[in-house]
Ligand binder design. Structure first.
Ligand SMILES: C[S@@+](CC[C@H](N)C(=O)[O-])C[C@H]1O[C@@H](n2cnc3c(N)ncnc32)[C@H](O)[C@@H]1O
Length: 341
């Protein structure tokens, strides 16, 4: 999934730092996992991998890609076709779903005054989401089956969303891709022989857990993630939230806002992250235009590292994002490495 601040283009740089300073880590925590790209990379390297993110849809994506090691069993679902094909072919008349209960259709398609999805696709998202929930409630699928199917839905939705990349606004005309029918695909499930685990917690709740390496990629500016991905979060939770404004944003309180997105709190948030971390090594992804200055973050790393084991790596943003035109001059992607204990 395309994700703001996603690190899929910098994976090899992260791996180089790991090899240079650690070798093969026994266990790794990706504490701000977002799209799950880094956690999936760690899993594929055969590290014992844990992922965490405060957003539920991110947890769902990692749960399927990182925690699952087998395709779940769907033997209890009485279907002729397999589950993914069945969900793709679902018609409202084959279900007993009432369109009044279809939250996406009623709020994010033209019938609800917004153009995030065509009415057909919005209704299909609801039918699939409600069916997955009903299967779980009636114990036709277990938790693994639930997260597998949900991640398939969440991965498919961006391909038919009438947006330019995030859900902070929708287009006022139909983009060609939004007119394609929603199509679920089978999630890729791999087995690295380890008991990988995913969490959906605030980062502070995981710091005392011991890992060989904590990889931390927090937000680096004041753009919050929830407003940019609010519809994916609502599809994942399907909790009929109160929504407001032109974009139909789900309400969220001050306590749900990330301290990493607030100039007044970011330094304390980093200090908590580094000081309270019980892992042996830390790698932090950031950039030189983040809310916390390079000088301040460097000073913090030096204060808490042991044996003077600290190193800052910087990568030219233009090279790293070479596929993107008009990218910013002078911007550097950074990896801060330190030994914590
Ligand atoms: C830069 S993104 C991570 C991107 C990820 N490395 C990738 O490649 O997709 C930062 C993530 O931190 C999460 N986040 C922000 N504040 C958090 C907190 N207090 N606890 C846990 N996760 C948080 C956001 O939801 C977001 O997904």
């Amino acid at each position: 999934m395309r994700y703001i601040g996603g690190k899929s283009l910098i994976l090899e740089c992260i791996d180089d730092v790991i090899h240079t300073h650690i070798g093969v880590p026994k266990s790794v925590l990706d504490i701000f996992s977002g799209s799950g790209a880094v956690g999936t990379f760690f899993k594929n390297k055969s590290y014992l991998t844990s992922c965490n993110d405060i957003l539920f849809f991110s947890y769902v994506l990692s749960k399927s890609a990182v925690e699952l090691s087998d395709i779940p069993c769907f033997d209890n679902v009485p279907l002729k076709a397999d589950c993914i094909n069945y969900l793709n072919d679902l018609k409202i008349e084959d279900t007993n779903i009432n369109s009044k209960d279809c939250f996406i259709y009623n709020n994010y398609s033209p019938i609800g005054g917004r153009m995030y999805f065509t009415e057909e696709n919005a209704l299909k998202i609801d039918m699939i989401r409600i069916t997955i929930e009903n299967w779980r409630k009636s114990k036709l699928i277990d938790d693994n089956g639930y997260y597998y199917l949900l991640s398939s839905l969440l991965n498919a939705v961006p391909y038919i969303s009438n947006i330019t990349g995030v859900y902070a606004a929708y287009l006022k005309f139909w983009d060609k891709r939004a007119l394609n029918p929603l199509t679920l695909e089978k999630p890729i499930i791999t087995d690295n022989g380890k008991m990988n685990i995913c969490y959906n917690k605030d980062y502070t709740e995981l710091l005392e857990e011991e890992f060989d390496l904590m990889y931390a990629d927090p937000p680096y500016n004041s753009r919050e993630y929830l407003p940019n991905y609010h519809i994916l979060e609502t599809i994942a939770r399907y909790d009929y939230p109160d929504i407001h404004g032109v974009t139909g944003m789900r309400n969220y309180g001050n306590n749900e806002k990330s301290h990493f997105c607030q100039k007044g709190n970011v330094n304390n948030a980093f200090e908590t992250l580094i000081r309270d971390c019980n892992s042996r090594y830390i790698i932090i992804s950031y950039n030189n235009e983040g809310l916390m200055s390079t000088a301040d973050l460097t000073a913090l790393c030096k204060e808490y590292c042991v044996n003077d084991e600290f190193r800052l790596y910087e990568y030219d943003y233009r090279r790293y994002k070479s596929k993107i035109p008009n990218n910013k001059k002078g911007l550097k992607e950074q990896l801060y490495f330190l030994r914590r204990r």
